[in-house]
Design a protein. Structure first.
Length: 289
């Protein structure tokens, strides 16, 4: 999935317009976007909105809180596509969530394992030292994403970007660690939000850099960002053509590890990447039909 749009779960107006934004997935937020007193009503709104839809995720509260269990019990009857897990200290939080989802799926007649998990894996200081724990932790893991705002609060930083809007070194490291952890766990890496939703040029550059670096999608905080993000992560015709050429070339030469194409040498990692791209294109095209 290319785009995940956050939507406050307690806003009828924003929920009503979310579906028309064109995001691949919607994340109904029960955590940061909703004050504690409004959460009971927001849970009901999230459950009712998610019912019958296949692209709605729910961001619950951290697993260490009582709110997390209340969130899950309220929304799981609507069978959301997945749960966004904030502030995990390690994959142990994702495993705990997975166990709870299994029980709730049984109780609600949902296929076991149908509910996926997307941890925001860098929002606590401790989390940065445990990212390898996601490898093999749970089959429910859809991907890994990260965030710089909560991390800056955790370390007491006054800023997480420089004057030009670039991530400061700590957050560059967190972003890179998320990308590496996702690759090690063989799941999607989803880049974090671009907070200045009025800066369309900045978003376009940021999304292009995310794709360049290996992220397969991105979080969004405003409907106006979705089209730019989708366009950035949609494979171009030249990329697809090159991937098809690579796959065909290795199919014609199955016993070689390295081969020349277009004046450059390519090897087996290029083949893996090409196959992955073509598989994603095939899957997306089937979903559109």
């Amino acid at each position: 999935m290319r785009s995940f749009l956050f939507v406050p779960a307690d806003s009828e107006r924003k929920l009503a317009r979310a579906a028309s934004a064109g995001a691949d997935a919607l994340i109904l937020d029960l955590e940061d976007a909703v004050v504690a007193a409004a959460r009971p009503a927001a849970r009901v709104m999230a459950r009712e909105y998610a019912a019958g839809k296949n692209n709605v995720w729910i961001r619950i509260n951290p697993m260490a809180t009582d709110d997390a269990m209340a969130d899950l019990e309220a929304v799981m009857p609507s069978a959301p596509a997945g749960i966004v897990l904030p502030k995990p200290k390690s994959a142990a939080d994702a495993v705990k969530l997975a166990d709870r989802l299994t029980a709730l799926e049984k109780n609600n007649g949902i296929a076991i394992g149908a509910t996926r998990i997307l941890p925001l894996c860098t929002e606590t200081a401790a989390a940065l030292f445990t990212l390898a724990s996601y490898v093999g932790a749970t089959d429910r893991l859809m991907g890994l994403s990260w965030g710089g705002e909560d991390l800056s609060v955790a370390v007491g930083a006054q800023a997480n970007r420089d004057e030009a809007g670039n991530w400061l070194p700590l957050y560059q490291m967190a972003r890179s660690f998320c990308l590496l952890a996702a690759a090690a766990a063989e799941v999607a890496a989803i880049d974090t939000v671009f907070t200045d939703f009025k800066d369309s040029d900045g978003l376009r550059r940021y999304a292009a850099e995310a794709k360049r670096d290996g992220f397969s999608g991105m979080l969004a905080i405003h409907p106006a960002q979705v089209e730019t993000i989708n366009r950035a992560f949609e494979p171009g015709s030249d990329e697809i053509e090159r991937a098809e050429q690579i796959v065909a070339l290795f199919a014609e030469n199955p016993d070689v590890g390295t081969i020349g194409m277009g004046g450059r040498m390519i090897d087996r990692p290029h083949l893996v990447q090409a196959e992955r791209l073509l598989l994603s294109v095939k899957k997306r095209n089937s979903e559109r039909q």
